[in-house]
Write a protein that binds this ligand. Structure first.
Ligand code: NAD
Length: 708
């Protein structure tokens, strides 16, 4: 028997199972661990004189982080019967735990999610630590699944159907306090008292026998009227449809199982759960979302691989504009002392205020939390003189996008900062090597490229210049980790990674307008594909002036394949800059500032219109996504990033590429190279931007895929 679950006894009559996976940072419920549990339960069942069982984790700060997803991946191609069997096995195992002839208590400190939460709710009672990282939840919908080991049967019986629907279809974890309030757990205590509290609870329950009453109650269908069920079904389904836009089937399937199972006995409800689970397991969305999970996991491991000897404890920000403010407020949220400057004193003053407001923003209050503002204020200071940056370990320049201005800033900084300090630019377009060329120590210089709005966008591109040292890269990784963002390492090149992939997609959208397709039609197809907004509206959100500038940079780097649009330049000249001027491709002159079609746009388009076509949705989708895909192939060939997974994660985190597609290249693999080449063939008359790249041709020849 492996050594994950250890049995010990407390006070002679209480058994304790300690789950502690050897060599792992967190416990996961692999097939082996479940087998072990099965054997322990078998033995416990037959023992005389036991009053109770406590299940704890041997890992402080984590109870159980869920099932073993690598085993899930290995079973993706299993047939329906096999999937139903796997679900049934887990469910019956937990049912065995639930039926032990004495009271069972899960004593939970830290993360308790997925399969771990299903194990916990199979116990009669749960006690949790009040630590901030104690979280309970069912995140399975984020993987295109729902709890399949009895979770949909037991949760509504413990906390009621409404709460169960919210927890399981929403996939969000809840805190100890919320779990107590909901009735999911009995009590929340300090971590060091967890075991004593569990023992005490077993004593109480043994005396009152109330756990047996609950077992009887939970063995029956839920008491809810047809009306109540149908009201819940309709309202929850409406909400889910609105959230998922029909792209994610798991939450609706979970709702059906929860409602359907509520009027059945647990055994029949469990069978329903397993049967429905077999519909989701291995589906394209499940596969894609598992890929996204592994992309994120890989990214976290890359973090850990970069060890730094220069921890970042004091950051300087040059420029108090949109980005400077965003970066500074993100620092403050992670309690990182920050000094910020600007050449314009008014801008600095307003910027400082806005940083504090952004940093102390509370979602509940829908505005700044005053206590937080007061607590964070001492961490922010104005850099009235360049010498104020002398104590910074990292200075990020976020001044205007002009090379001479930035070079001048860095040469001044080099005079005052510590020789070990890291210097970074947030430039969107200027090559890192160009800015490094005038530095005495280019090895400590790099790009740290945030996305707008910084508060919401998790991605940060860490851009390596030719001379950037590994130590500088490691320090940047450590900083990005500290502010809880996701870094991706990129080699310098026009548009770096995300903007380089985005621009071909956006400029192709303009080409479609010039072929007579309306902005609404273009945006509709992109949204149907799953993009958070269409490319034309994205122009308006980014600002047409900013987009025109980025387009110019890309068009001059790649003149053969990025058509620089005079249409966008004309709109900029006419003062139609997008949302910020309430008018761009769309008009925003309405109460809710929603994008509305604007007939005054037509003359601008007519001036350059090439034809009047009405292509089908498939063609529009191809025209948007294929240029992005081809650019991704070139980016890999040029080793701007090393792995297709970097492209996929960056697009998901940087532009909201739909996770249910698994990533751009993951999606391409689901299409297959042969089909992509066939599609490209159709658009050859449009010029070299649709030419298959070397990588595509090679994959076609070898039969390989982007992902290995
Ligand atoms: P912004 O115009 O809002 O802010 C720039 C600020 O820099 C201004 O307040 C200006 O007064 C100040 N400034 C100019 N010269 C300075 C100097 N010598 N010292 C100190 N401050 C100086 O611009 P922004 O949108 O915040 O962009 C800043 C940088 O971030 C640019 O390089 C831009 O390309 C990059 N960027 C912007 C975005 C975006 O969406 N806005 C996204 C990623 C990166």
């Amino acid at each position: 028997m492996s050594e994950t679950i250890k049995r010990s006894d407390v006070n002679g009559q209480i058994a304790k199972l300690t789950i502690d996976m050897p060599g792992k940072g967190a416990n996961i419920l692999s097939g082996d661990v479940l087998n072990e549990l099965d054997q322990h339960l078998d033995r416990l069942k037959g023992e005389d004189g036991l009053k109770g069982l406590i299940i704890v984790s041997g890992k402080p700060g984590t109870f159980i982080a869920g099932a073993d997803l690598r085993e899930f991946v290995a079973s993706l191609d299993a047939d329906r019967e096999e999937i139903v069997g796997l679900c049934r096995r887990g469910r019956l195992l937990f049912a065995g735990l639930h039926e032990l002839p004495f009271v069972t208590v899960a004593a939970i400190d830290g993360i308790c999610v997925g399969g771990g939460a299903e194990l916990a709710i199979a116990c009669d009672r749960r006690i949790v630590s009040d630590a901030a990282n104690t979280q309970l939840g069912f995140p399975e919908v984020k993987l295109g699944l729902f709890p399949g080991w009895g979770g949909t049967v037991r949760t509504p019986r413990i906390v009621g159907l409404y709460n169960a629907v919210e927890m399981i279809t929403g996939g969000k974890s809840i805190s100890s306090a919320d779990a107590v309030e909901m009735g999911l757990v009995t009590e929340s205590v300090p971590a060091e008292r967890l075991l004593d509290a569990a023992i005490h609870l077993i004593e109480q329950e043994t005396e009152s026998q109330s756990f047996l009453e609950d077992r009887k109650k939970w063995a029956r269908p839920l008491k809810m009227s047809e009306n109540e069920l149908s009201f819940l079904g309709v309202t929850a389904a409406g909400f889910i449809e609105q959230q998922t836009k029909g792209h994610y089937p798991a939450p609706l399937a979970a709702l059906e199982v929860l409602i359907g199972g509520s009027s059945l006995d647990p055994q029949a409800a469990g069978e329903l759960e397993s049967e429905e689970m077999a519909n989701l397991f291995g589906s394209p969305v499940n596969r894609a979302l598992l890929n996204v999970f592994f992309l994120t996991d890989r990214n976290k491991k890359q973090f850990a691989a970069h060890q730094t000897s220069t921890p970042i404890e004091h950051v300087g920000i040059v420029g108090a504009g949109i980005m400077g403010q965003g970066i500074a407020s993100t620092n403050l949220r992670s309690h990182l002392p920050t000094v910020m400057n600007d050449t314009v004193s008014d801008v600095l003053q307003r910027g400082m205020q806005s940083v504090l407001e952004q940093a102390s923003y509370s979602r509940n209050l829908k505005g700044p939390d005053v206590d937080q503002t007061i607590a964070l204020a001492p961490l922010l200071s104005p850099g009235l003189e360049i010498t104020e940056f002398q104590h910074c370990d990292l200075v990020i320049e976020a001044a205007v996008e002009r090379s001479e201005v930035k070079k001048n800033i860095f040469s001044k900084l080099e005079e005052v900062v510590d020789p070990k300090a890291v210097l970074a630019t947030n430039t969107s377009t200027i090559p890192i090597d160009e800015l490094a060329s005038s530095l005495a120590h280019p090895e400590r210089f790099l790009g740290i490229h945030f996305f707008n709005p910084v508060r919401k966008m998790p991605l940060v591109e860490i851009i390596r210049g030719t001379k950037t040292s590994d130590a500088t890269i490691a320090a940047a990784f450590a900083y990005v980790k500290k502010i809880k963002k996701s870094p991706v390492l990129v080699r310098s090149g026009p548009g770096f990674l995300v903007n380089r992939l985005l621009l071909p997609y956006m400029s192709e959208a303009i080409e479609l307008l010039l072929e007579g397709i309306t902005p609404q039609a273009v945006d509709r197809v992109a949204k149907q594909f799953g993009m958070p907004m269409g490319p034309i509206q994205l122009y308006d959100v980014v600002g047409l002036d900013v987009a025109a500038y980025a387009e110019k940079t890309m068009a001059s780097a790649f003149p053969d394949r990025i058509p620089q649009s005079s249409l966008v330049t004309d709109l900029v000249e006419a003062g139609r800059l997008g949302q910020k001027t309430e008018c761009g491709f769309y008009s925003y002159r309405n109460k809710k500032r929603r994008a509305e079609s604007d007939p005054t746009l037509n003359p601008f388009i007519d001036k350059y219109k090439k034809q009047d076509r009405d292509p089908d949705a498939e063609e529009i989708q191809d025209r948007l996504m294929l240029p992005m895909l081809l650019e991704a192939c070139r980016v890999l060939d040029e080793q701007i990033v090393e792995d297709p997974r970097d492209v996929d994660l960056s697009l998901i985190l940087g532009i909201g590429f739909p996770p249910f597609r698994g990533g751009l290249l993951f999606w391409a693999d689901t299409l297959g190279v042969a089909k992509i080449l066939k599609k490209l063939d159709r658009y050859q008359s449009l010029g070299s931007r649709y030419e298959p790249t070397r990588r595509l041709l090679r994959l076609a020849e070898t039969g390989d895929t982007f992902y290995d």
